[in-house]
Design a protein around this ligand. Structure first.
Ligand SMILES: [Zn+2]
Length: 696
């Protein structure tokens, strides 16, 4: 799924690896009892537009009528047919929170913490009454910085575990740098410290460097927004300060590497000892930085983007102390806007919601409260969710589908004419050791070090980020848990964790419209089956193929096999480079390559598994559609979405996933699709058999 952007609760964007799904919807009363909408079969005839030919525009053919009649709710940047599921999930979690509150448990109890965290967000009167008070000591500390040593210390104190390169793929942190704790590239059995570039509030370097009219407009509005936020916080001369902050972020953006470059594991695998930083990235007082971050004992780090570290560290020395102090103060305000009086949170939404994503209205407060609880106590509430809403029959059925799709993958690997036996054996070994989690994890996160107070939203936000940071730092050097989940059960998404060689399919996505126990096999394999295949395929995409069966970075390919693989994937990248959502903006085939490979591999494996599931029986036609037609339509309907232009533009620039309408077009590379819909040469999507990209 696509990642959610500028999530106000996490300092970073929550990301997803499968596909996306838009965030939330119009206001609902959280106290209303939850009730599931009746769900039809996963192939939805009413979505189709049969006035176009499948071979000319398959996305429009499968989804055109749904697109025509669907309006994006005012509080969303995008929508999809999964919207009712998102709404229902919000209501269910709100219900669980309400039950937790009714229990009246003593302080420190899990249900009490859930209730108190939610209450602290809903108690707007208390937030207004406190005003700037909770933030002020932090602003005072910034104002008291007198020299570069103190600056380095303060920058170190901002470090949080808010980035994630390979699991939930999030390369964005507004702090100068971000920490990711994960199994080591070179020491896969232990948790290792990865450091990543950061320092920007806008989603990506392109927002600072692009010369397009749209981006210049966003930048000038951004500068006005900074001035406003600083004015609210009592600063004088805010126009000058805002200009300095934007100039500094622009300079930082110039040092950043691009999202497409971030995908190259070999370039990211740079081990620096603490002493190396002063030599390789002079400028910042690194000893003081690591002291501020509480990392003096950590001997070495993997530095993902060495050039950015050198560049950003240089900027610490070459930019005035006053500018850095303005930057620190503004970042403090922005990162805590949701826990400050209404003027701050409204202005935060006015820029990041309205201007950046084009969303006219903010989501209802109770829904944002639900998000907050899921973000900071996600497993505590998720444990309740899984018990209540995920039937064991669904778990068993999805596990059976996983087994079938893995088997289909296995046969595909065996059948590849171009691949050498040695490479095949390694690929099969990776499938053998792949851990597939369905519904929920085997253990739960422990939040006991996170202190929650019912009338202290600012403190709850501050401590949530800090206790997560401390939890991650405490894991450094310890043995990894390969079965640990990186998503909560209520998440409507799925993920591949390459360093653990593991997949997570949360309970949240194992429901209609993605999976419906009542739907025919063709529909389930075309929708959730292709999602399962997508995640398995990540194991073998351009990035996943860098890791072996134990999650080690190791080239297990023969040179000829690798050359063949790279040539095929380059053709897929070229295919996606040609799609243009806007006249001035095309997709970046390299930035979206891993996801496009996963979509293609997932579609092919799900198709095979669907046929295997028929066990020799003919597929039954429904409503005049053959089994294969249902399969491909379910696939394309999974990708139905409607986006606001600003949000779509942001996705194209900052996301590893192609927009849904182009993901649906992977069918062009599958022979069976041509036969199913009698697609002929001359139709717009037609590719000659030799032009169809075949990877797995
Ligand atoms: Zn993916």
């Amino acid at each position: 799924m696509r990642k959610t952007r500028n999530h106000p609760f996490l300092a970073h964007a929550l990301a997803c690896v499968v596909m996306l799904f838009p965030l939330s919807t119009a206001a609902q009363d959280p106290t209303r009892p939850a009730s599931l909408q009746p769900q039809g079969p996963a192939v939805n005839l009413s979505y189709m537009d049969r006035t176009v030919r499948a071979g000319d525009d398959f996305y429009q053919y499968a989804d055109g009528d749904w697109i025509r009649r669907t309006e994006i709710p005012a509080d969303r940047e995008a929508t999809s047919p999964a919207l009712p599921l998102a709404d229902e999930t919000d209501k269910r979690v709100a219900g669980l929170i309400a039950e937790a509150a009714k229990r009246g448990a003593p302080a420190g109890d899990k249900s009490r913490k859930i209730a108190d965290l939610y209450h602290s967000f809903m108690d707007e009167a208390s937030i207004e009454a406190k005003g700037l008070k909770p933030l002020q000591p932090h602003l005072d500390a910034v104002a008291a910085i007198h020299n570069e040593r103190e600056l380095a210390r303060a920058l170190g104190e901002t470090l949080r575990a808010d980035v994630d390169a390979l699991n939930n793929t999030n390369f964005h942190t507004p702090n100068l740098f971000g920490l990711w704790v994960a199994p080591g590239f070179n020491e896969v059995e232990h948790y290792t410290a990865y450091l990543m570039q950061g320092g920007l509030q806008l989603p990506d370097r392109e927002y600072y460097l692009s010369d397009s009219v749209a981006m210049r407009d966003i930048r000038s509005k951004y500068q006005a927004h900074i001035a406003m936020m600083m004015k609210f916080a009592g600063f004088n001369d805010t126009e000058t300060r805002a200009a300095r902050v934007v100039a500094l972020e622009h300079a930082i953006a110039e040092k950043h590497i691009s999202l497409a470059e971030n995908d190259d594991i070999q370039k990211a695998n740079n081990t620096w000892t603490q002493d190396d930083f002063a030599v390789k990235a002079p400028g910042l007082d690194w000893a003081e930085y690591f002291r501020g971050a509480g990392l003096t004992k950590q001997k070495s780090f993997i530095v993902w983007q060495p050039t950015a570290f050198t560049g950003e560290s240089g900027l610490v020395a070459s930019t005035s102390l006053e500018t850095w102090k303005d930057w620190l103060a503004y970042h403090l305000i922005e990162s805590h806007a949701i826990a400050l009086p209404k003027a701050f949170s409204d202005e935060h939404f006015a820029f990041f919601g309205k201007i950046l994503s084009g969303t006219p209205e903010e989501r209802a407060r109770w829904k944002r409260g639900v998000d907050l609880v899921s973000a900071f106590l996600g497993d505590d509430v998720g444990q309740l969710y899984a018990k209540r809403y995920f039937p064991p029959e669904s778990k068993a059925e999805v596990e059976a589908m996983v087994t079938n799709i893995k088997a289909a993958f296995r046969r595909r690997i065996d059948g590849l004419s171009w691949m050498n036996p040695a490479t095949k054996a390694e690929a099969q070994a990776k499938l053998d050791t792949l851990y597939v989690g369905v519904g929920y994890g085997e253990s739960w996160h422990d939040y006991s070090n996170y202190e929650v107070n019912a009338d202290d939203l600012f403190g709850n936000l501050w401590r949530a980020r800090l206790s997560e940071y401390h939890r991650q730092v405490a894991r450094l050097g310890t043995s990894i848990d390969r079965k640990e989940w990186s998503m909560t059960p209520q998440t409507i998404n799925a993920v591949n964790l390459p360093l653990q060689n593991a997949l997570n399919f949360p309970a949240g996505i194992l429901q209609p419209p993605f999976f419906d126990p009542q739907a025919p096999a063709a529909a389930n394999y075309g929708s959730i089956g292709a999602v399962i295949g997508h995640e398995i395929s990540h194991t073998f995409d351009n990035l996943g193929s860098s890791f072996d069966s134990k999650g080690r970075v190791r080239n297990w390919w023969t040179p000829e096999d690798l050359a063949h693989f790279e040539a095929a994937t380059a053709r897929l990248a070229a295919q996606y480079d040609k799609y243009k959502p806007f006249p001035d903006l095309a997709l970046n085939g390299k930035q979206t390559l891993g996801e496009n490979i996963a979509d293609l591999g997932g579609l092919a494996a799900a198709y095979d598994a669907y046929h295997a599931s028929l066990a020799g029986q003919a597929a039954s036609a429904r409503e005049g559609l053959s089994g294969d037609q249902q399969f491909f339509l379910a696939f394309a309907q999974n990708w139905a979405e409607k986006d606001r232009d600003a949000a779509l533009r942001e996705q194209v620039l900052t996301d590893g996933h192609s927009p849904g309408r182009y993901r649906a077009l992977e069918v062009r590379n599958v022979d069976a699709w041509y036969a199913s819909f009698e697609v002929q040469a001359g139709e717009k999507l037609y590719l000659a058999p030799t032009d169809r990209v075949r990877i797995w």
